[in-house]
Design a protein around this ligand. Structure first.
Ligand SMILES: [Zn+2]
Length: 435
């Protein structure tokens, strides 16, 4: 009996050993590249708003669950006390310096990667810096080179925000704009009209016509109220469901009536499906509009920067700062995140973005919600005090670490595996090969 038992046990042990070896092999093969552990995950599309772990493999989300095993990951990020969100989407920014001499945006545009990751942004939408005539140049110089995902509203005006301005109706060609959109369907998400100061509805009508031809939305900066143009006609007649009214907390187009109430045209537009975007910018977000509007329940659909040199060095600063401002106004964090992730993704027609579903591209941000005494400036320079501020700790694009404020995704230098330096680097002179 003893021998039989012994034989049975030894066979069992061999079998168990084989199973264990198999499991280890599978584990090594299926190991996650990164596990973000213990953070508060906010994913509007999947209705997640709780502490959970996020696993990443091969640049994609491998899973979100309550307690994923650390042993199965090559690297673990401790996200306790932090918020884990989909990569942030900024639907209004300026990242093309233009082809004109000292172009209007040439003085103001920024290069995307330098200003996106540090506030958790992984997708940025250029709002009409380029028009249908110079879009190819924008694509070649910026869109195809940046690591940040760059999408675009094509300006209905031929050269976009060039020194020639955006006022010549002869430059507004819906057929041409629609053609460029179709030829660049992977990156063009709509059309922009802005800063129009002439009479009539040329800029709006031509942008909407391009939108109709290409079946894409239009983003409107309503420019200057000249002649017969009214906010009422724009929002109740001209724009379609899915079109976007940016600069919604600006005072310049009767967004608030003289008695401080939200213009009924804003609500009527919203009821028709027109969307309202913050587009903070250098001159489009004012506390004396935002406070009364939000007190009356008029919250934005999407939160965006209108990023350019002027706004980033003024009251806007970056998207994390604008998101903080909406929190200071009383918008719950989960709504602020939705308005910069899943909602934005839907508004720009890219539903593969803005969430952490299994298999989605691992664009992801980790935020710290700082508590203290902070001041937030509006476009006029007025301050509002607040006690919370979002700060991006970690930004991943397709699983790659692009921003890590406090090094939570790396090792202490005493543990860090430095690449040994074999020989000093030699400079490569022009005309020489690097070999
Ligand atoms: Zn803008």
């Amino acid at each position: 009996m003893r021998t039989i038992h012994a034989r049975f046990f030894s066979r069992t042990i061999v079998a168990l050993g084989l199973l264990a070896a198999l499991a280890t092999a599978q584990q090594a093969d299926g190991a996650w590249d990164l596990l973000i552990k213990g953070g508060h995950v906010i994913d509007a599309r999947n209705r997640i708003d709780r502490i959970a772990d996020v696993a990443i493999k091969d640049g994609k989300i491998a899973g979100v669950a309550d307690d994923l095993p650390a042993a199965q990951a090559k690297r673990v990020v401790n996200a306790q006390g932090l918020y884990v969100t989909p990569g942030i989407i900024d639907i209004h920014a300026h990242v093309y310096a233009g082809t004109g001499l000292r172009a209007y945006t040439g003085d103001l545009s920024v290069y995307p990667d330098g200003f996106t990751y540090r506030s958790g942004v992984t997708t940025v939408v250029d709002a009409g810096s380029a028009g249908w005539r110079n879009f190819a140049d924008f694509r070649q110089r910026v869109i195809d080179r940046a690591h940040t995902r760059v999408l675009a509203f094509v300006n209905i005006v031929a050269d976009g925000m060039s020194p020639r301005g955006e006022n010549d109706p002869g430059d507004m060609q819906p057929q041409e704009a629609a053609r460029v959109a179709k030829e660049n369907a992977d990156v063009v998400i709509g059309f922009k009209t802005a800063h129009y100061a002439g009479p009539g509805w040329h800029s709006i009508d031509n942008a909407v016509e391009a939108g109709r031809l290409a079946n894409l939305p239009v983003m409107v900066d309503f420019g200057y109220l000249v002649g017969e143009r009214t906010l009422k006609e724009l929002l109740e007649t001209k724009l379609r469901a899915g079109d976007i009214y940016t600069h919604c907390y600006s005072p310049f187009r009767t967004e608030l009536l003289p008695d401080g109430t939200v213009n009924p045209a804003m609500r009527n537009g919203r009821n028709r499906g027109v969307l309202f975007d913050v587009g903070h910018g250098g001159g489009s977000f004012f506390w004396n509009v935002a406070v009364p509007a939000t007190k009356q329940g008029f919250w934005p659909d999407t939160i965006s920067t209108d990023l350019h040199v002027g706004s980033m060095n003024g009251g806007m600063k970056d998207l994390a700062n604008v998101m903080s401002k909406l929190m200071v106004l009383g918008m719950p964090l989960k709504d602020v995140i939705a308005a910069t992730t899943w909602r934005s993704a839907q508004v720009i027609g890219h539903p593969a973005l803005g969430h952490l579903s299994e298999g989605a591209t691992a664009d992801l941000a980790v935020f710290r919600l700082e508590k203290g005494n902070f001041g937030f400036l509006d476009a006029a320079g007025a301050r509002m005090d607040g006690s919370v501020r979002l700060r991006a700790e970690l930004t991943l694009q397709a699983g790659e670490v692009r921003w890590d404020l406090n090094g939570i995704a790396t090792d202490d230098w005493t543990q860090f595996k430095y690449v040994p330096r074999v020989e000093p680097k030699k400079p490569v002179l022009p005309g020489q090969s690097s070999r």
